[in-house]
Design a protein. Structure first.
Length: 561
């Protein structure tokens, strides 16, 4: 018999079609995103919690409720929110009322001016003029020393009071409170946390402990001012990672307010933040040079300052530019280069003043990154209307950048500044149709300006109380030239005479001014003579500096706020 060989028969395999394979792979890739979307949607539907991913602030209330004549009212009661002004308004907005809130720090509050002298009061009167059929409420709910993350904390509370608009003017206090950002707090994560609750939750769990802040008290402000008086750099400014997170945190806080207002259907006016750039020296200028490089930098800087004092701009620019080339991070060098460039190169001077502000290692002025964030957020939200105060102040400035022509000090506007703010806000509200009926920006009126005791329009430059306060502020912030000039101006205002060293001061003047003038005047005079090459003993300069340091030790032992 023939032996049959056993043949092995293979069963044909069932091949997966290319279309199904692509579908399976697509589902595999998309599944995590779909799961994330479901979690995020559920969180938004069933949770009202909206965490600040950067700091924990204990609960607080901006206002308290009380009853009067059968109605419930709100009284702004937080001690940092100028409770002494006794701002009150009905919880339930009366029919026919146009209600607007202004929120921010002391610059938005109008400090140190009285209620009727602030932009919010001018705005209320201007709006009332064009809306006589309505009751207009412009309620200033700003708080002393509040950063944007604190304003964010009570913003939602104001949305419940049926506002027709909310103005946000905030950014000068972002470096004020001592805090530490976790390593996980990166700018890109901060941006996502501003939009996604899932990211907020993950960041709160993975970033490690956050800084705990009191809702009722500002943290370590005495230490902050001590560091300012001692001219010490702040860690959250000098550490690049911390600095990046300050900017990200600001963006997150402002965007939170824009988003929540959009969800509530409430128009928001976002202000860029103008500051005194032209007449305010940086507090701390970083210099990382040592040895020969430091000596070379000092020589170039001194020769640049000599150019400033002599009016020799070409030589001054050459030497100050060399100093900046050696140490680009030194803020004050940029400031004086701006002064040297002013007459012939206004745009270049403006850039230098901005750089000097941005490079300050102990900042108490909003930096340009904050205004950039405001503009970016305004572009992203249709319900947000940009009030570009920074550009408005630039246009109105007498010099290439705003200075004492528009500010009382570093960030607080003077009377002219408040009028400018009022006109800008009115123009945006009228131009964007935010009022109950059509109004033209040209309808703005200054008829409601505050009056002084003589019946003339109020002007902060003629107010002795305000000017005395400014003198002390200039000294605390090491604005030595400005302090001497302000004390001399105040003396003329009080006596009608020019002030000379050794003159008798009015009896009611505070010692910090009278004693401060003499030590400041002596130190500045000797320093100027030395820079100009006069025969000044190094010992005399050292002794004048020792007196100045002793004055600061005695008058400002730890710092004030």
């Amino acid at each position: 018999m023939t032996k049959r060989s056993k043949a092995t028969t293979k069963r044909p395999s069932r091949s997966i079609s290319r279309r199904k394979l692509i579908l399976f792979r697509s589902v595999g890739v998309l599944l995590p995103f779909l799961a994330f979307a479901l979690v995020e949607t559920g969180w938004r539907l069933f949770s009202d919690e909206d965490r600040d991913p950067y700091v924990n602030i204990s609960p607080f209330h901006l206002y308290e409720r009380f009853e009067s004549d059968g109605a419930v009212y709100a009284r702004i009661s937080h001690k940092l929110a100028y409770a002494q002004d006794k701002v009150e308004f009905p919880i339930r907005k009366p029919a026919g009322t146009f209600r607007m809130f202004c929120v921010g720090g002391s610059a938005c509050a109008g400090w140190p001016l009285l209620n009727e002298q602030r932009f919010s009061a001018y705005l209320e009167r201007s709006l009332q003029d064009v809306l006589p059929e309505r009751r207009v409420e412009v309620i200033n709910a700003s708080a002393h020393g509040f950063a944007s993350y604190r304003v964010r904390r009570f913003f939602d509370e104001l949305l419940e009071l049926d506002p027709d608009a909310i103005l946000v003017y905030s950014g000068n206090n972002e470096f004020l409170e001592k805090r530490k950002y976790a390593a996980f707090d990166l700018p890109v994560i901060g941006r996502l946390a501003g939009k996604l609750k899932t990211v907020q939750w993950l960041q709160s769990r993975l970033a490690g402990p956050k800084t705990d802040l009191s809702g009722d008290e500002l943290r370590d402000t005495a230490r902050f001012f001590h560091q300012k008086i001692k001219r010490q750099a702040l860690e959250i400014r000098s550490d690049p990672d911390q600095f990046a997170n300050v900017i990200a945190h600001y963006h997150h806080s402002i965007e939170h307010m824009a988003r929540r207002a959009a969800e509530a259907g409430t128009p928001v006016l976002l202000c860029t933040v103008p500051v005194n750039q032209r007449d305010w020296l940086p507090i701390v200028s970083h210099n990382g040079l040592t040895g020969r490089a430091l000596d070379e930098w000092q020589e170039a800087c001194d020769l640049g300052m000599k150019g400033v004092l002599e009016g020799n701009r070409a030589e001054g620019i050459r030497h100050m530019s060399r100093a900046i080339e050696l140490e680009p991070e030194h803020a004050e060098s940029q400031f004086w280069l701006g002064r040297l460039r002013e007459p012939d190169d206004p745009p270049g001077a403006r850039e230098c003043y901005q750089a000097a502000c941005d490079l300050d290692y102990n900042p108490f002025r909003a930096i340009s990154a904050f205004s950039d964030a405001v503009r970016s957020i305004a572009d992203d939200y249709p319900s947000v209307h940009l009030v570009d105060l920074e550009k408005a102040f630039d246009r109105a400035a007498v010099h290439p950048a705003p200075g004492f022509d528009l500010f009382l000090d570093y960030v607080h506007p003077n009377t002219r500044g408040h009028l400018l703010i009022t006109e800008e806000i009115f123009g945006v509200m009228a131009g964007h149709g935010l009022l109950p009926r059509p109004v033209s920006p040209d309808d703005f009126s200054r008829a409601g300006l505050a009056k002084d005791k003589s019946g003339k329009p109020y002007e902060a430059a003629r107010d002795p109380a305000v000017q005395t306060l400014m003198c002390g502020l200039f000294i605390r912030n090491h604005q030595h030239h400005a302090a001497v000039e302000k004390i001399e101006s105040l003396y003329r205002l009080a006596t009608g005479n020019d002030l000379v060293p050794g003159a008798r001061f009015p009896a009611n003047w505070p010692p910090e001014l009278t004693e401060g003038y003499d030590v400041l005047h002596e130190y500045l005079t000797l320093r100027k003579k030395r820079l100009l090459g006069a025969d000044v003993s190094p010992k005399a300069v050292e002794e004048a500096k020792r007196k100045l340091d002793a004055y600061y030790e005695e008058k400002f032992p730890y710092g004030t706020f």
